[in-house]
Design a protein around this ligand. Structure first.
Ligand code: ATP
Ligand code: MG
Length: 651
């Protein structure tokens, strides 16, 4: 027997802990419960009001054109300049001396403080330099940089002149980089000689050289000197310090159409080959800016914000560059890894800059928990007032660890669900409003029509599970997949009629709050029951010996699929013979016998994308003894060899 649609994507885990907003935060919150009412009474009016937070050179005539779905247009006829909104207007308002970026390099003592006025000057010079290199509005520029201020400067300079940027993680291989340059037919590449990773210079330029040789569209390569190591030089190469350093500081920002293409960004590739997601100007900036203001309750005069994402991930676009800077935030930007030179580096940075708002990912939180509570305990983290999470479902135990060990048991946690495709946050608690639940993203933000539906596209009742969809267009939605309208339609708009299919499973609890259950592609079908990978993983992580786990369904002759769990133990735990049985029984006790893993593999690491997401499809390939699918976005390919060897031994 198979489940009824309401039971699709099993709904097994119960979590009853609740945390009310601190009263002081609630009393001064930027956004109150009224916003939900306003938006439900007049959704387009609500987004117009959010758009008014920006500076428009020309007003829009129409808020939304949805006459040719799924191709949306927002703020039709409106014109604005994104860089002007992120920089000039703050300087013109007298805030030029405010720090925009406290940059912390990986080598200790390597730091820079950049004010809004200085950032504006750099962006104007870079805009002139790009223009001198022949870049005009509509051209594509690939950016392949480490986490240095020039990464933000490069993005904003492109935005300022209407060039569409295409940022690629500064760690991807020639295949991944050249593929993205070619797909976007980029005219210019902005890169660096290298960056620092784990205490050592790590070269970027050789990868660019090889990629450019495969990419006929590239005319010029602009190279930032970061590490000072020797680099090969071609006649396409231009030093940043020559071109930008020598450029004029005068540059007047010109307005672009609200639907002008702002950037292309490829998805993480967790489930499939990455897709080139296209975002445009007015709607994107409206929602990136509003959500940052609302969900982080940003007070630009007093907060110090830090988002630990890489600029090459959508979180870096919306919540390092466009959201915070459009709001005039002061933020920390860190170049390196969390364990260089020691495992307390993040907490040292929080203490040093008195960070108030921290935004990081579950993968990092689980790693910190694995390293031990004593490490953050050595630092003064009392400045923190809101903690954010993004990237994957956060296991309730990791959520509690984050709140207790980083947030002194007091700070609200905002678990923000969104995607490269959505451009900005879609489902999240509001820190001054929501009574939070560990592991749940909870409620669609004001103005967002998220729903959980069954196979037929009907909303599931409270207590039910199904597919996460978006029923109405939103300002920062992707406009298409670059160069492939048909893939855009097929991927997101074909499963259900007139709804955006996010590809994630979700359940709605008895209060109507939403819990994300992982990718629909990852859901396991065991003896006719749909079981979510996230729930089995959360059950494993709730065992005191487990730091992290990834669960997949592997073909099984008897049950259809069998649950195979890959588990990383906490730092101090020594495995003994009975451990895997103990863990299997723990899952059965938490979730019921149906969810008991067929096999548990103890592993040292899990395969992750560069943005830290677990790539379950590769583990499924291993568990089913297939050759691996697309691995271009994998962080460390040696991990797969280790896991495959362990799997063969365990056969
Ligand atoms: P691809 O689409 O190429 O497989 P990807 O989906 O990993 O890659 P992203 O756009 O970086 O690429 O990630 C978005 C996905 O991340 C969401 O669809 C969801 O699965 C997951 N996600 C992000 N934030 C959360 C969250 N707060 N809770 C649960 N899942 C989240
Ligand atoms: Mg995706």
């Amino acid at each position: 027997m198979t489940d009824t649609p309401q039971e699709t994507l099993a709904n097994l885990l119960t979590e009853t802990r609740r945390f009310d907003p601190p009263p002081a935060l609630a009393a001064t919150a930027n956004v109150t419960a009224e916003a939900y009412e306003q938006a439900s009474a007049d959704r387009l009016g609500f987004w117009e009001q959010a758009a008014r937070r920006l500076h428009w050179g020309t007003d829009w005539e129409q808020t939304l054109d949805w006459t040719n779905p799924p191709f949306a247009k927002w703020f039709i006829g409106g014109k604005l300049n994104v860089a002007y909104n992120c920089l000039d207007r703050h300087v013109e308002a007298g805030n030029g001396d405010r720090v925009a970026i406290y940059w912390e390099g990986e080598p200790a003592g390597d730091e820079r403080v950049v004010t809004y006025a200085e950032l504006l000057t750099e962006v104007k010079k870079a805009a002139n330099a790009l223009t001198d290199l022949g870049v005009v509005a509509g051209d594509r520029v690939a950016i392949y940089l480490p986490m240095i201020p020039e990464a933000a400067v490069a993005m904003l300079a492109c935005a300022r002149i209407g060039a569409t940027h295409n940022v690629v993680f500064g760690g991807f291989s020639v295949d991944a980089l050249s593929g993205r340059i070619n797909d976007a037919t980029a005219k210019v590449v902005i890169t660096a000689d290298g960056g620092y990773r784990r205490g050592k210079p790590s070269a970027l330029k050789p990868t660019v050289d090889e990629s450019v040789a495969l990419a006929p569209s590239v005319e010029k390569v602009l190279v930032v000197r970061r590490t000072g190591e020797d680099v090969a030089w071609t006649d396409k190469d231009v030093w940043w310090h020559d071109a930008v350093g020598g450029a004029s500081e005068d540059h007047e920002a010109q307005d672009f159409d609200a639907e002008h293409p702002l950037f292309i960004l490829y998805t993480s590739g967790t489930t499939a080959k990455p897709k080139g997601i296209l975002h445009t100007t007015g709607g994107y900036l409206t929602q990136a800016s509003y959500t940052h203001h609302a969900v982080f309750d940003l007070k630009p005069e007093s907060d110090v914000y830090w988002c630990t994402a890489d600029i090459g991930w959508v979180t870096g676009h919306s919540y390092i560059v466009y959201g915070p800077l459009s709001n005039g935030a002061t933020q920390v930007m860190y170049e390196g890894t969390p364990d260089t030179p020691h495992r307390g580096r993040f907490w040292e940075i929080v203490e040093k800059y008195k960070v108030t708002l921290l935004y990081t990912a579950p993968t990092a939180i689980r790693t910190f928990a694995k390293w031990g509570d004593d490490i953050p305990a050595k630092f003064d983290l009392s400045s923190l007032r809101i903690l954010g999470s993004v990237g994957e479902p956060i296991n309730p135990e990791a959520w509690i660890w984050y709140r207790d060990n980083i947030g002194s048991g007091k700070t609200p946690i905002v678990d923000t669900w969104w995607q490269t495709e959505t451009g900005a946050m879609m489902i999240s608690p509001l820190p001054g409003v929501t009574s939070t639940k560990p592991g749940s993203a909870q409620r669609p933000l004001p103005g967002i029509a998220a729903d959980v539906v069954d196979d037929e596209g009907n909303s599931v009742p409270n207590g039910g599970g199904g597919y996460l969809v978006l029923r109405e267009p939103w300002p920062s939605m992707l406009r298409t997949i670059w160069g492939d309208d048909q893939r855009f339609i097929d991927t997101y708009w074909s499963k259900f009629d007139a709804m955006y299919f996010a590809g994630d499973g979700a359940k709605r609890d008895d209060d109507g709050d939403i819990w994300l259950l992982g990718r629909v592609d990852d859901v396991m079908l065991v003896s006719g029951h749909n079981i979510s990978t996230t729930e089995v993983e959360s059950a494993l992580v709730s065992h005191p010996k487990v730091a992290e786990s990834a669960v997949v369904g592997a073909t099984d002759p008897i049950t259809g699929q069998g649950i195979v769990a890959f588990v990383i133990l906490r730092g101090s735990v020594e495995p003994d013979d009975g451990l895997t049985t103990e863990l299997r029984n723990h899952v059965a006790a938490k979730l019921g016998p149906i969810a008991k893993p067929r096999q548990i593999m103890l592993v040292p690491e899990l395969p992750k994308t560069r943005s830290g997401k677990i790539m379950r499809r590769l583990l499924r390939d291993v568990a089913e003894h297939r050759s691996l699918g697309d691995v271009t976005t994998l962080q460390d390919s040696a991990v797969m060899d280790l896991i495959s060897q362990g799997m063969d031994k365990g056969k």
